[in-house]
Design a protein around this ligand. Structure first.
Ligand code: ADP
Length: 281
């Protein structure tokens, strides 16, 4: 199971003076159940790529296949759009219903799911850390962080296999960001693949199984967080700054202290400590 993208090219305003090749010959694989982060400078093509994953945009050239469904088949498009949930930047701006319950049941009704909608709404609210007392509240009267969680829950309500989020932490303070990432981690641990578009390399290094770096509409690098740090320490990608803890890890390995990579300072300290004890023995 995977989202498989082969030789994808997308051109906006093709054939006009405003023509922009947003993606050129992009090939990549998003394994089911994984956490993949797409990083890159503003304008590198991240949002355009995300919108191809659930067939909101269709390729000018190339192919997007989700599990065994292809966006080139009209018959498969509807199922792809259910399987791949897309959460836009600032999704709370798209809330529209009078109550949270109506907001959460809109998608399932659209897909013909009419049974146990209350139970379903309660379940997805729970997934984003809100209890059933929110069901009858107006989404417009919630706090910013709560609105965003309701917007994510409304995408989860149709049980997507892949959850694609465009800059999900944009505009949140440090505690809101931490809380949201924990929720996404829980959703990922329950089997839903997470694809996170972000310009924040530190979050990507901390959370992901794999990182794909885009540069000017092409894949500049794809690999594990460890490989990404090694790559970027010798091939800087414009707009992506290695966090200082990753710099430290690179320096330690240059001086011969090979330890597992982690962006978390306490794990890093523990790894250094274990390594030093190991060498003393
Ligand atoms: P990112 O998400 O990395 O900032 P985008 O995918 O939004 O990158 O944009 C990639 C390129 O495509 C940029 O040059 C941008 O200006 C252009 N672009 C994005 N959306 C549109 C659009 N709707 N119409 C025309 N050009 C666009």
């Amino acid at each position: 199971m995977s989202i498989s993208i082969k030789n994808l090219t997308h051109i906006y305003h093709r054939g006009t003076p405003l023509e922009v090749a947003a993606l050129s010959d992009v090939s990549l694989e998003i394994p089911g159940g994984s956490w993949t982060s797409i990083v890159g400078h503003t304008g590198s093509g991240k949002s355009t790529l995300a919108q191809h994953m659930n067939a909101l945009l269709l390729p000018d050239m190339g192919e997007v296949v989700v599990d065994d469904l292809s966006v080139s088949s009209k018959k498969d498009l509807r199922e792809i759009r259910r399987k791949v949930g897309l959460v836009f930047q600032y999704p709370e701006q798209q809330l529209f219903a009078e109550t949270v319950k109506d907001e959460l049941s809109f998608g399932p009704k659209n897909w013909g799911m009419t049974d146990n909608l209350d139970d379903l709404s309660e379940k997805v609210l729970d997934q984003v850390g809100l209890d059933r007392t929110y069901l009858d509240r107006s989404p417009f009267k919630l706090s910013g962080g709560e609105k965003r969680r309701v917007a994510i829950a409304s995408v989860l309500a149709v049980s997507p296999s892949y959850l694609v989020l465009d800059e999900p932490t944009a505009g949140l303070d440090a505690s809101g960001r931490g809380y949201l990432l924990k929720l996404l981690n829980k959703i990922n641990n329950s089997g839903t693949a997470v694809v996170m578009v972000t310009h924040d390399l530190e979050i990507a290094l901390d959370m992901s199984d794999r990182i794909i770096a885009l540069q000017l509409g092409k894949v500049a690098h794809s690999g594990s967080p460890r490989d990404t740090v090694l790559y970027m320490s010798s091939n800087p990608v414009p707009g992506l700054l290695l966090p200082s803890i990753a710099d430290l890890w690179v320096k330690l390995s240059k001086y011969g202290m090979e330890i597992p990579f982690s962006c978390d300072p306490s794990t890093m300290a523990k790894n250094i400590d274990e390594k030093r004890r190991g060498t003393k023995k």
